[in-house]
Design a protein around this ligand. Structure first.
Ligand code: 1GP
Length: 222
């Protein structure tokens, strides 16, 4: 079983977006620990399966971030299950999850499931709109969500999500300072080596998504 607790740099690839073989070769050679497959919709099982097949040419662990149970495909090393902690719609906290479990409980591989407690902080992000996230939170609110994730819900990953925008390294560092067992993942707007370094210093792991599709190189080759 892969150990996500060791991951420091993660690529997030969107099954709905086109990626040339050359670019995939290039980004797979970056110094990353894992690839997460996930996005905000516009794809189905077929696109997820195709991307997984392409990724298996490389030796990196591959996780599927499950935002729609219909797109779940076997063969991933891990399945990341997001709960949007700052959503005002209970469906995004536990509702969709309950519905999926009701349907698929018999075939679920519980050992490979890992919960991510999302805190979405960019109101412009598609994920924020889709999940009705209360994105304009102050530091105290974010710290309280982090503590809630670790101490009340015992969630293994707290994910500060700025998707598309570069967030505040000070806030990320403040969140990390209140977490002990729960890992802190940061994602959003990392396009340069300096940004990757800055957020890497503040979080346990950084997630790079858009930069892959925009032609940036925020991470060095292995
Ligand atoms: C998105 O957190 C990831 O879910 C990464 O964000 O696409 O802005 O790099 P970017």
């Amino acid at each position: 079983m892969v150990d996500y607790r060791e991951w420091r740099r993660i690529l997030k690839l969107d099954p709905a977006r086109a990626l040339s073989a050359e670019r995939l070769d290039e980004v797979s050679s970056w110094d990353v620990d894992a690839v997460v497959v996930g996005g905000s919709g516009g794809y189905g099982f077929t696109e997820v399966f195709r991307l997984l097949t392409r990724l298996r040419r490389y030796s990196l662990p591959v996780a599927l971030e499950v935002s729609d149970a219909e797109t779940v495909c076997p063969g991933f090393d891990l399945y990341l299950v997001p709960m949007v902690l700052n959503s005002v719609d209970v469906d995004w906290v536990v509702g969709h999850h309950q519905a999926a479990i009701k349907r698929y409980a018999d075939v679920m591989d519980w050992q490979r499931l890992v919960v991510e407690g999302y805190c979405i902080l960019n109101p412009e992000a598609t994920a924020a709109r889709l999940s009705c996230a209360r994105a304009g939170l102050g530091t105290d609110d974010v710290l309280a969500f982090a503590r809630l994730a670790e101490h009340l819900l015992k969630i293994p990953i707290f994910y500060l999500e700025y998707s598309g925008a570069y967030g505040s390294p000070e806030l990320v560092a403040a969140v990390r300072s209140v977490l002990t067992n729960t890992r802190l993942w940061y994602g959003g707007g990392i396009r340069t080596v300096e940004q990757a370094r800055e957020m890497q210093a503040a979080a346990d792991a950084i997630v790079v998504g858009n930069a892959v599709y925009e032609g940036h190189t925020p991470l060095a080759a292995r």
